[in-house]
Design a protein around this ligand. Sequence first.
Ligand SMILES: C[S@@+](CC[C@H](N)C(=O)[O-])C[C@H]1O[C@@H](n2cnc3c(N)ncnc32)[C@H](O)[C@@H]1O
Length: 228
Amino acid sequence: MSTPLPSPAFDRPFRPRFHLGATRMDCGEEPRVDSYDAAEQATGWPLFDYSACDPTIDQAAINRWLARSVLDGKDILHIGAGNSSVARLASGRANRVVALTVSQAEFEHARNLGLPDYAIHLMNKHATAFADRFGSDEFDLVLDNNLTSFVCCQRHAERYLATLTGLLKADGTIVTHWAGMQWTLDVGVGDVEPAWQLDETKLSSIADAYDLHVRREEDLFFLSRIPA
Ligand SMILES: C[S@@+](CC[C@H](N)C(=O)[O-])C[C@H]1O[C@@H](n2cnc3c(N)ncnc32)[C@H](O)[C@@H]1O
């Protein structure tokens, strides 16, 4: 009987593509939708369920930018659906909005809107399920105001960032915001390493690792393959 070959992925040591000072290289767990339940329960305020909340100041700033942008025919991926403000704003303008959430309430709120060309997925963005979900789909705009706010470890952050880059059209753009870049989960349960609080230098390190260029417009940051 022949001995099975070891999986190359198992054999290969994990080599980070960028260094922001995080020490937790691999949390050892597949990220799940309920990974943050304990953190949500530890707070007396909404943390992951924004279905009944106004958008945060960073989401609102992205939405103001969207409101004055040409969205005709655009495919938009919104990470962190909240109250589906992006889908409602883009409805009838963009080609489609696809959103992700880890909140069952946000998921149901989104579905109950009944918006055409709006698809919501209950999925952890750091999970393999997300990395595998969209195949060769590509988006013009990827919006995530909390790019690294909920990172469990370097390995899963890199999986997520590689997935986002792979989902960008050649002239596509990832949009994020200073306020969300600066904030990481810090409620005393499942806290994120402060090293994941981003400044311009750290965002540039991430961008370099994925061959992206960074452009700043006030507190909005744009990452794209094509230099501005
Ligand atoms: C504080 S709420 C903000 C909602 C909205 N983006 C806003 O700023 O108003 C955090 C959002 O991020 C989503 N979220 C957090 N971690 C996530 C993860 N690992 N995968 C997918 N969505 C996540 C939550 O489901 C929720 O929609």
